[in-house]
Design a protein around this ligand. Structure first.
Ligand SMILES: Cc1cc2nc3c(=O)[nH]c(=O)nc-3n(C[C@H](O)[C@H](O)[C@H](O)COP(=O)(O)O)c2cc1C
Length: 547
């Protein structure tokens, strides 16, 4: 057992090193893009009963983003109908718009994805929900419908009936990312998963509900999502299971959890339907290292949170009070920034504050793990804040290690006017635009916004404490941070963009870091977006003609 962990760790470290972008050479990827091979972003199970979901949500409460703290006044799951379920999916993994440019047309979703390639698939296991047979469903975002994969038989062992329950499973099709990005794709798959977990947490919170991770082994996950059903995937790209989430409703009472074994027994006994579609006609290069590192990082999920004591989020400024659902639907990645306007300092602090892992705050209430990521900020245009490098510490106990590891000449001065609980340090005054652009693969968006950042993970420590499994989890935490930034940026009247392309060790060298104690895993930028007149935007579900 120990040697399996040791081997897993070596594989993770080797993969991480090997898939670094370097100034002189990008990580291994395809020499050219064979557009005919671009995988279909929509998985379908052909031959399954399709249950269309409603698209009218007027009768649902419409809380502001700032109101989404812990469970509020949501309905009991027993009172959920298809509308609540529909809203959960529509506002997380559903379509947000279509973009059209000349002959090209592509869908955007509420959850962002590296290259808009969307490797993440969503499954539901439900029982006792109004309007739905008990069983296992796949969510089809293009149709905004559920595909009934397995229908549970009624069992006598369930009497008296247990309370209604809803589990949400997430899986990934790495080929969708690998097709374009080659070996680095595993990282993007897991960043995207973090965004998807965040998107689901926000959508659940608008319904007064909460999603938390269920401890399930990989074997249990494949059974529950039907991913081990060889015959259903003939000629189709396989999916890897990632995690299972359980929905807790607004009644506050934690239901006596139906043991996972009971779900699995029903899944095994059920009649399954559907044949997975083929996503690209013949994948030309599979990048085997992705499968190898995935094998080395099996799922497990014992929570380990020891949260810092933090005061409640301060009352938000008026602009942060916008409807959460409206912000979720309008979220987009900025393709370019104006390069001129600045961000009010209060908005900047509010944005950073929302990234602190308060256990009652969305999405951190879905993430029962220690924070292991800290932010290095390249501040370009924030009112009354001198441009330069700053550091936001998200777990106070990491301060000594960061001080020891980062460049000696850094100032570590407190930022005037910042809330006292915000561990925000000024490291160095500088025009950091050139450095930010260069480090983020020469992308202008890292320099032309108000600020950009790198997410520094406590890499060695996480792997030592949680084993190889920590590796994808670090990317999930990074994706969650990204999702908060996307939505909070919209609330602040600006816009964000995730940046997966950066030169890893050049970032580390700039900060004076050596070894793998701290590693930058994801970059992000926020600013005033510049529109693109060449693109036309169409509504997301016009093609369904369903009200
Ligand atoms: C993990 C991740 C990495 C990304 N990396 C980049 C990047 O390096 N450069 C960029 O311009 N956009 C990047 N994006 C933005 C995506 O291209 C964008 O999310 C996608 O095109 C979908 O558009 P939307 O966010 O407006 O829905 C990234 C997004 C994610 C989630």
């Amino acid at each position: 057992m120990e040697s399996a962990v040791a081997t897993g760790m070596e594989q993770v470290l080797a993969y991480h090193q090997r898939t670094k972008h370097r100034l002189e050479r990008y990580a291994e990827g395809p020499d050219f893009l064979d557009w005919d091979q671009q995988p279909d972003p929509f998985r379908r199970y052909l031959g399954t009963p399709l249950i269309p979901l409603p698209l009218q949500f007027d009768q649902l409460p419409d809380p502001g983003l700032h109101e989404l703290t812990s469970l509020q006044s949501g309905k009991a799951l027993a009172d959920w109908g298809l509308t609540e379920l529909s809203s959960l999916l529509r506002h997380s993994l559903g379509l947000a718009a279509w973009k059209v440019q000349g002959p090209d047309r592509w869908a955007l979703r509420c959850n962002p994805s590296s290259g808009n390639l969307h490797p993440t698939e969503g499954y539901l296991a439900v029982r006792g929900l109004q309007g739905l047979h008990d069983g296992i469903y796949h969510y089809a975002p293009h149709e905004h419908a559920l595909e009934l994969r397995a229908r549970f038989e009624a069992t006598t062992s369930d009497t008296p009936p247990t309370r209604p329950m809803l589990l949400m499973g997430l899986s990934s099709i790495a080929w969708r990312e690998a097709w374009k990005y080659g070996e680095r794709a595993y990282r993007y798959v897991h960043l995207d998963l973090g965004h998807a977990i965040g998107a689901l947490a926000y959508a659940a919170a608008t319904l007064g509900a909460r999603l938390t991770r269920v401890n399930a082994s990989e074997a249990q996950l494949v059974t529950l999502m039907g991913l081990d059903r060889e015959d259903d995937f003939i000629g189709a790209e396989r999916e890897r299971p990632d995690l299972l989430l359980k929905l807790s409703d607004g009644t506050h009472g934690e239901e006596a959890a139906k043991p996972l074994e009971a779900w699995l027994a029903q899944a095994r006994a059920a009649q399954w339907h559907g044949q997975a579609n083929t996503l690209s006609s013949h994948p030309s290069h599979q990048w085997p290292i992705i499968e190898e590192v995935a094998e080395a990082t099996p799922s497990s999920s014992e929570p380990d949170r020891i949260p810092d004591q933090l005061p409640a989020l301060p009352e938000p400024q008026a602009m942060f009070r916008e409807s959460a659902r409206k912000l979720i639907l309008q979220r987009r990645s900025a393709q370019a920034f104006s390069g001129k306007a600045s961000l009010p300092r209060a908005s900047f602090f509010q944005l950073l504050d929302s990234l602190l892992p308060r256990p009652d705050q969305v999405p951190w209430n879905s993430w029962p793990y220690q924070s292991r990521l800290h932010l290095v900020l390249f501040v370009h245009r924030v009112d009354d804040l001198s441009p330069g490098l700053y550091l936001l510490i998200r777990r106070q106990a990491a301060l000594p290690a960061l001080k020891e590891a980062l460049r000696e000449e850094f100032l570590w001065s407190q930022v005037d006017g910042a809330p006292a609980h915000l561990s925000l340090y000024h490291l160095i005054g500088a025009d950091a635009k050139r450095a930010a652009r260069r480090l983020s693969c020469h992308q202008d968006i890292a320099a032309s916004g108000c600020f950009s950042l790198g997410m520094l993970a406590e890499f060695d420590r996480a792997l030592e404490e949680r084993g190889p499994r920590a590796y994808p989890e670090l990317f999930w935490e990074a994706g969650l941070i990204g999702q908060v930034l996307y939505l909070q940026a919209e609330a602040a009247g600006v816009r964000g963009t995730g940046i997966g392309c950066f030169f890893d060790d050049a970032v580390h060298e700039t900060l004076g870091l050596s070894g793998s104690r701290f590693q930058s895993l994801y970059h992000f930028t926020v600013g005033h977006p510049k529109g693109d007149d060449r693109l036309q935007t169409l509504p997301p579900y016009q093609h369904l003609q369903r009200s």
